[in-house]
Design a protein around this ligand. Structure first.
Ligand SMILES: CC(C)(COP(=O)(O)OP(=O)(O)OC[C@H]1O[C@@H](n2cnc3c(N)ncnc32)[C@H](O)[C@@H]1OP(=O)(O)O)[C@@H](O)C(=O)NCCC(=O)NCCS
Length: 172
């Protein structure tokens, strides 16, 4: 029997972090994996255009391989809520998620925010550990209930018990 060889090549890929543009919206569905979030992405993009949210994209060759969104609320409490942090599976564990969080914090700080907050599902222990490593501390818990309309117009409900974490991002 002929032994098969398994040639390997090392890739180095260009990655930039930038705000979302309209052309990203269909790509954010990741070829069907997140089609059900179509309206959620559209709404976040509209809010970005109004200035109340920012969709930060990890871009590789014009494709959003990861993202984090920032909700600035009305900013009375001077906090930025970071959410929808997600990296395509094959790109995880290379520091992209940490980098997105750090860029999001810088942007929030420039907008005058004193606190950065994040929610994490109680069973997502690896993400929780990542946030703790980056300086986030648990301050409350939440039932994590939210609703959205999917791409077929159906209302979907999500309920996943989560921890709320915060970090001071005030300039020292
Ligand atoms: C959590 C997530 C964004 C981290 O992105 P990343 O680019 O892999 O993060 P980094 O490379 O900067 O840091 C890696 C660390 O992330 C954490 N992590 C959480 N889930 C992970 C996963 N599925 N694969 C790899 N690392 C993960 C680990 O603490 C890991 O450190 P470790 O290797 O020492 O365990 C990414 O794993 C992901 O998209 N997960 C699915 C979606 C999700 O859970 N989002 C968070 C919602 S609150």
């Amino acid at each position: 029997m002929v032994a098969l060889s398994h040639p390997t090549i090392r890739l180095s890929i260009p990655l930039s972090i930038r705000p979302a543009i309209a052309a990203d919206l269909p790509k954010l569905e990741w070829y069907g994996q997140y089609t059900h979030f179509r309206n959620v992405f559209r709404r976040a993009f509209q809010d970005q255009e109004q200035g109340s949210r920012l969709m930060l994209i990890a871009d590789c060759n014009d494709f959003p391989i990861g993202h984090i969104f920032i909700n600035f609320h009305d900013n009375r409490d001077q906090s930025a809520y970071l959410y929808s942090l997600r990296i395509m599976e094959m790109f995880r564990g290379h520091g992209i998620g940490s980098r997105l969080i750090s860029e999001a914090e810088k942007i929030a700080r420039r907008r005058g925010c004193l606190w950065s907050t994040i929610a994490v599902a109680k069973d997502n222990t690896r993400a929780l550990e990542l946030y703790q490593r980056l300086g986030y501390e648990t301050y409350a818990e939440d039932d994590g209930f939210w609703r959205y309309r999917d791409h077929l117009g159906r209302m979907r409900s999500i309920k996943e018990s989560c921890w709320l974490l915060q970090k001071s991002i005030a300039v020292r």
